[in-house]
Structure formats: C-alpha cells, structure tokens
Design a protein around this ligand. Structure first.
Ligand SMILES: Cc1ncc(C[n+]2csc(CCOP(=O)(O)OP(=O)(O)O)c2C)c(N)n1
Ligand SMILES: [Mg+2]
Length: 667
C-alpha cells in the first residue's frame, strides 16, 4: 500500500500496517465518537451529569493506547474516553460510573473519569490535573526497580503544563531516567484560555530540552502518525528506559464542558480544524484505498450502536445506590490487620533519633522492596543524619536522593504504591510539606475511598519548635492532616514508641504522617529493644496515674507536662500521651476523665483548630456529666513561630501550662 491523502489532504503513511490493524484503529476511534454523540443526547435529557468532550481528539487516546501493551499503565485525563474504550472496559460499567451507580468504578463516590482500575491498568485523574504526572513517575520507577521494561503513559492538556507538578514530574523523570511518556494534548484552549495566554514558548515540546529530555511533536489528528510514532517511541523506551515528552497538536472541537459553549473560539479556527477531523478523514482514506466499503461501514456502526444501547440499558436498569454510613466509613482506610512483633529482652539506651534510624533500618530489612526517598538522604545521610549509612547497606535504588520536588515525590510515592511498592518519604522539615500538600490531602488521602487503591506511603515529618529556627523550620502542623479523612497521623514522644510505631506505620497499607519532634531527637533517651518490634495505632499510653485531673498531650508537650508534674509532686494527675492522633484513643481519654472529673489538653501548635479543640469537644460530648470543671485547652500563641529564643519561649505553650493546670484544679 502506498502513501495516500484523505478527503481533506491529511497524509497517511501507513507503512507496515495491514488491513486488520487499520480497521481496528478505525473502529477504536469510531466507538468513543459514537458514545459521545449518544452522551450529548442523554446530557440534554438530563440523564448524565457533566461531560468533557474529546470529540476531535480521538486519534490521540486511541493511537497511544493501541501502542501500549495491556500490562502497561495509562493515566488518562478528562477527554480520553478513547483510552477507556480501547482498553475494552465493559461499556455498562463506564455508563454506571457516569451515573454514580454501584457497578461503576467508585461506588458513586467520584464522577466521570476520576477513577482508576487495576484490572485495566488505568489510573484516572484527580481534578487538579497535574498530580498524575508525578504518579506516573512512581509507576515508571517501579518498572525500573523491578526490571520490567514497561512504559507508563500519562496525559495532560497544555493548560495542565503550567502547573508546578508538570515541571517537577518531568524533572524527576529525567534525573531518574524513568520510562514515562508524557503526552501533552495541545488542543488550543484550557477552559476559555487560549494558548497565547497559557504559555510563551513556541512549542510545549521545546521545554523538554530544559529538562534534558527527548521530545516529539505529532499531528494529533492523524491516527496513523500517532499510532506508528508512539509505538516506535514506546518500543525504544522499553529497550532504553527514559522519559519522553510528546506534544500532540490538536483542537478542542466542543466547549470545555458541554454547558459552557465555544463562543470565545474564532469560527475560522473551528472551521479549519473541522476539516482535520480524525475520524472523518481516516474513514475517507480507508474508503479511497478500498480498505472499507459501504456495507462494512454500516455493519461496524450498527455493531457499535447495538453495544452502546445494550450497555446503556444495563446501566439505566441498575438501581441507585442506597446510602449506608457504615459502608462509606469502612472504605476510608484499607483494612489493616495489625501484627504484633514482640520485643526481645535485649535493650539499649538510645536517643529518639537513634530509635527512628534503627526502626527505619530494620523495616528496610523486613520489607526487601521498601524504598525511601528524600532530599539529601543518601550519602549525606539526611539533614538530621537519620539515614546515615543506609546507602551502603541498601544501595542507591532503595535510598533515593530526590530533587527539591516535594509534590512530585509524594506523587511518585503514590505511583510506587499503585505498582505494589511501599515507600517512606522524608520531608526535610515538616514545614515543607506545604510544597507537596495537594497530593497528600487530595491524592493519598482520598484514593482508597474513591477507587479502592491504597497509598502505602509513610511521610516522615521532622517538626516542632523550641529550637530557635523561626517561622519556617519550627511548625508542628499535624492539625492540617488530622482534619483530612484517609490519613493516619502518628506523633510519638519517646524513643520506644517512635521505633515501634514507625514499624507499624510502614506495615500499614494506608498513608501515614509520622511526626518526629526535632527538639526531642537528641534530648530524650530511653531503653529500647534492640530488635524489630511493632506497636499498635490508636492506643495512648498512660504515663502517670492520679485521681484529680487528666492531662492529655502528645509530642514535646508530653515532656512539658512531665516537667510540670515533677516540679509539683502534690498534683495527682493522669498523664495521657496520645502517641497516635488518627486513630485517636478516645476510650482511654474518656475512662480517665470519668475518673478524675477534670481535663486539660496541652498542645504545642497554636490554639485555634488544633487537636486540643477537638479533644475538648469530644470530652464535652461524652463526659459532660462527669466534669467538675470546664475542659481547658493550653496551646501556643496565635502567631507564626518567632525566631529569637525569648520570643519563642513566650510563644510556646510550655510556660503557660503550670498556671492553667492549677486553675483547673482550683475550679
Ligand atoms: C488545580 C486546578 N486548577 C483549575 C482547574 C479547573 N480546570 C479544570 S480543566 C481546566 C482546563 C484544563 O486545560 P487543559 O489542561 O488544556 O486541558 P483541556 O481541558 O483543554 O483538555 C481547568 C482550568 C482544576 N480542575 N484544577
Ligand atoms: Mg487544552
């Protein structure tokens, strides 16, 4: 077969493709087109909710998916229906997903294409667009670590390339030589914003040079060009793992979403691109070449229409979900059967920092594919030296220095989890989690609830004040995370707890934020079992027992309370160290308050919206009749954390605790 032009002069260089493959490409493009045409009718009838059209862009979804192997992950966007249909997802499940029915992929919990499915190796987007680029990095990393020679493909629009996630993901992929195809569908607009208001380089592909990465520009409306070029690029990546940036030139033929229209798009632009319709052109080419006749065309269309209608019937006939609170709550966290490893008698006195380091090292031995990632953690040993000697013991594959890309590394950890690998990320300082905040609270936290994909990730958070480090190296920001369903939050105050709880955090398949108080790292010592052991989440420890008042604290505040009690031996108090904040051991709190009738909650964070407030409210709701005094919260000042030590001393709650405790007792 020769090189031929289609009706509107699109060049098709069909190379080695035979008739069967060409017809398959055609069918695979026609199916999403016909589904969309049906959806537009249903949308007008109010039978489906929002719709983001991929009409005119089918060649990209279909060509790319056909170029991938079925075992390779694809991370599509909101206009990539063709990815889902080409992977042969049963249409009734797709339709059920769009109608919020149980047989969709998210049990009605998320809409449209916001889902993933391990069965089809598809990882759907979250609304924030960019984060999946870094998730693809993690899946690519897993392929390299397991020598799988698989390519991961991730999509974004040109609008999404303006997000920091894009820059971070490409940078990490390039530095780590990850086998990821970054596919940018440049369709002229991001919502109403044209490309000249979105970026200021000629081609998005040009950016690859800046990341030290290969790039290609492909006519996204030409199915043959998309398929054959991407097939060759993918094959080459499998042989030589590396990231490649591909810019597909295409156009968005309908509104951003159906209700919003296209008034802002110049008509001549629309007309010019209509002539490049990927389906119409390819069909005319096939007919011109004698590869498709009228009878075959009609039969193909009838077949697809029948499939659509039959599957729509199945989805429409499915009953609506009946809400059940227990079902919802049970799916926030993956079930985890805590396994107790009992400590041996052999103990050694160590500092908090040593306990964490030993615990981490033993978990690396326990789980032989556990990966740890963080800034300066390899040869340098981390800024606190927790991972000193780890590279020598476990190698650079498993002990990974990262670029300063907090978002991309949290996302990569998510990707590793999708590919079945546990990871621990060291946030250099807990303060810097803000630069990776979105993927923590929106991706890691919500993934299991949305589509039953756990995030087997621990983020270590060196935190806390009292070290004269100023507003950006002293925060204790646990309340940002205890607020978010889906995350577990651990906050030990002692070496023994830190080591055992870290082991459990790593065993637990859910995302865990593990707070480590920097001020305690080298100041607190304890006899700690030498061998590997675990401690359960959700069990506070009662450090002192007394009958007059309940003191509830965690982290450094536990030590402030201990000092206060040591200085006031006449005070007869229960002192509860929470150890984990999510899950929270309310049972121990309530039992103590019911005994003492008085409660004071001490936290290092500033007051409003912190743990102390919620614990106080819980005591009020559950123990009101037992209280002899109002519950007291003691916390740091409502200011950022100041640097100068006399200001910091004034800021911290420590200095206010003793008086407040005496007030509660005297009430
Ligand atoms: C972080 C974030 N900011 C803004 C939006 C709103 N939004 C959703 S899609 C979109 C346009 C995306 O444009 P582009 O990446 O070019 O993809 P296209 O829709 O053109 O396929 C915008 C602004 C969002 N979902 N997330
Ligand atoms: Mg766009």
């Amino acid at each position: 077969m020769s090189e031929t032009k289609s009706l509107f002069n699109m060049d098709y260089h069909i190379k080695d493709l035979d008739k069967k493959e060409l017809i398959q490409l055609y069918i695979n493009m026609l199916k999403p087109r016909m589904i969309e045409e049906k959806m537009l009718i249903l949308l007008r009838q109010g039978k489906v909710s929002k719709w983001f059209s991929g009409i005119g862009q089918e060649a990209i979804s279909v060509g790319v998916t056909m170029a991938m192997q079925k075992n390779e992950y694809i991370l599509p966007m909101h206009r990539n229906l063709g990815v889902f249909t080409t992977r042969d997802i049963p249409l009734h499940r797709l339709f059920a997903q769009w109608q919020g029915k149980a047989s969709g992929f998210t049990k009605g919990r998320d809409r449209s294409f916001h889902f993933g499915t391990q069965d089809y190796k598809i990882v759907g987007m979250i609304s924030h667009l960019g984060p999946q680029l870094g998730v693809a990095d993690g899946i690519g990393l897993a392929s390299n670590l397991k020598n799988k020679n698989e390519v991961t493909t991730v999509f974004t629009g040109e609008g999404g390339t303006s997000e920091g996630d894009f820059h971070e993901a490409l940078n990490v992929a390039s530095v780590w030589k990850l086998p990821v195809m970054f596919c940018v569908e440049n369709n002229g607009y991001g919502l109403s914003t044209p490309t000249n208001e979105q970026y200021n380089c000629k081609n998005i592909a040009d950016r690859a040079a800046g990341y030290g990465m290969e790039s290609h520009i492909i006519d996204g409306n030409n199915i043959i060009e998309v398929y054959t070029k991407v097939r060759d690029i993918a094959e080459s990546i499998r042989k030589t793992p590396r990231p490649v940036l591909i810019e597909f030139k295409t156009f968005r033929m309908r509104g951003h979403e159906e209700a919003s229209g296209t008034k802002y798009v110049p008509q001549d632009l629309m007309d010019a691109w209509a002539k490049k319709d990927p389906v119409v052109n390819f069909q005319s080419f096939l007919k011109g070449e004698g590869l498709l006749n009228e009878v075959e065309e009609v039969s193909i269309k009838e077949g697809i229409l029948k499939e659509i209608n039959e599957n729509l019937d199945i989805a429409f006939n499915e009953i609506d979900i009946i809400p059940d609170e227990t079902n919802e709550l049970n799916d926030v966290y993956q079930y985890f059967e805590y396994e107790e490893f009992t400590q041996k008698n052999d103990t050694k006195e160590v500092r908090l920092i040593d306990a964490i380091s030993d615990g981490l090292k033993q978990s690396m031995q326990q789980h032989d594919d556990l990966v740890i990632m963080g800034q300066d953690i390899a040869e340098y040993g981390g800024v606190f030296k927790i991972t000193e000697g780890f590279v020598e013991a476990f190698g650079k594959d498993r002990v990974r220095n990262t670029p300063i890309c907090e978002s991309a590394i949290v996302e990569a950890a998510m990707g590793l989890s999708i590919a079945g690998i546990k990871s621990v990320m060291e946030m250099q300082f807990a303060d810097f989690v803000t630069s990776g905040f979105n993927p923590v609270v929106n991706y890691l936290a919500k993934s299991y609830y949305r589509w039953n994909q756990n995030a087997d990730v621990v983020i270590r958070m060196p935190c806390g004040g009292g070290v004269a480090a100023g507003p950006f190296h002293s925060q204790t920001n646990e309340a940002w995370f205890t607020k978010t369903p889906g995350l577990k939050v651990v906050y030990p105050a002692f070496p023994y707890d830190a080591k055992g709880l870290l082991a459990t955090a790593i065993n637990d398949p859910n995302p865990v934020l593990f707070f480590e108080h920097k001020g305690l790292y080298r100041s607190i010592r304890q006899e700690v079992p030498v061998d590997y052991y675990t401690l359960p989440f959700g069990k506070a420890s009662v450090l002192k027992e007394g009958k007059d008042v309940t003191i509830i604290a965690y982290g450094a505040a536990v030590h402030w309370a201990l000092e206060t009690l040591d200085a006031n031996p006449s005070i007869n108090a229960d002192l509860i160290d929470l150890r984990t904040l999510q899950p929270l051991d309310t049972e121990t709190i309530y039992a103590s308050v019911k005994k003492t009738g008085r409660a004071i909650v001490l936290q290092e964070d500033s007051l409003f919206g912190g743990m102390a407030s919620d614990i106080s409210a819980l005591i009020m709701e559950h123990c009101f009749e037992y209280l002899d005094a109002p519950v007291k919260r003691v916390a740091s000042m409502e200011t950022p954390i100041p640097f100068a030590s006399q200001l910091e001393d004034q800021y911290l709650a420590k200095g206010k605790f003793e008086a407040a405790l005496k007030d509660v007792l005297a009430y």
